[in-house]
Design a protein around this ligand. Structure first.
Ligand code: 3PG
Length: 206
């Protein structure tokens, strides 16, 4: 599956911070039950790699990826754990599109976008989307950079996701709102499935 195929699976890629490995499988199952399939497990907790491994091995229908990749070695580690894609908050020096997992790098400016295009990327995370110009920035990038497609992330919610998804150069959005920490900690998988269902019914044609 190409990165583009993965990003087209659903309109929203959940950004997940998993504090306990025991949460990984039920959380991923709850999101898949709600219609969200590409899941970004951020490398922000000690159990992130094990969580990726568990989801990759145990959750049918999930396409697990890793987020907060900031080094080449982390990109290799997540591939070894079974991640099918990676997400980075920015461009990683020396890392192009080709590598152990396809990478969705974050960009915030035209210069970063130009560097990314030169490194072979066509899909970018606009990050942090709401801070660096939101829909206005995407409209402004569309004309000089018709070859670039975006997954805006950072400050995206059910309230503004549809505006982002309506942009022709947006393939999907990313966000943590579908897996609130209080629901995860409480094991409220039903609530997470409901949030995922609402998110999966947003705009973008799959
Ligand atoms: C992140 O890396 O934490 C993402 O950008 C998620 O942002 P959000 O919490 O605003 O959805």
């Amino acid at each position: 599956m190409t990165l583009q195929d993965i990003l087209k699976l659903a309109p929203v890629v959940p950004v997940l911070i998993i504090e306990e490995e025991a949460h990984a499988v039920p959380l991923a199952k709850a999101l898949v039950a709600g219609g969200l399939y590409a899941l970004e497990v951020t490398l922000r907790t000690p159990v992130a790699l094990d969580s990726i491994r568990r989801i990759a091995g145990e959750v049918e229908g999930a396409v697990v990826g890793a987020g907060t990749i900031t080094t080449a070695s982390a990109r290799q580690s997540v591939a070894d754990a079974g991640a099918k894609f990676g997400v980075s908050p920015g461009l990683i020096e020396g890392e192009g599109f080709d590598g152990p997992v396809p990478l969705l790098p974050g960009i915030a400016t035209a210069t970063e976008l130009m560097w990314g295009l030169r490194a072979g990327y066509t899909h970018f995370k606009l990050f942090p989307a709401n801070i660096v110009g939101g829909v206005g920035a995407l409209k402004a990038f569309a004309s000089p950079f018709p070859q670039a497609t975006f997954c805006p992330t950072g400050g995206v919610s059910l309230d503004n996701a549809a505006d982002y998804l309506a942009q022709p150069n947006v393939i999907c959005v990313g966000g943590s709102w579908v897996a609130p920490m209080d629901a995860v900690r409480a094991g409220d998988w039903g609530r997470i499935t409901e949030l995922a269902r609402a998110a999966s019914q947003l705009g973008k044609a799959a």
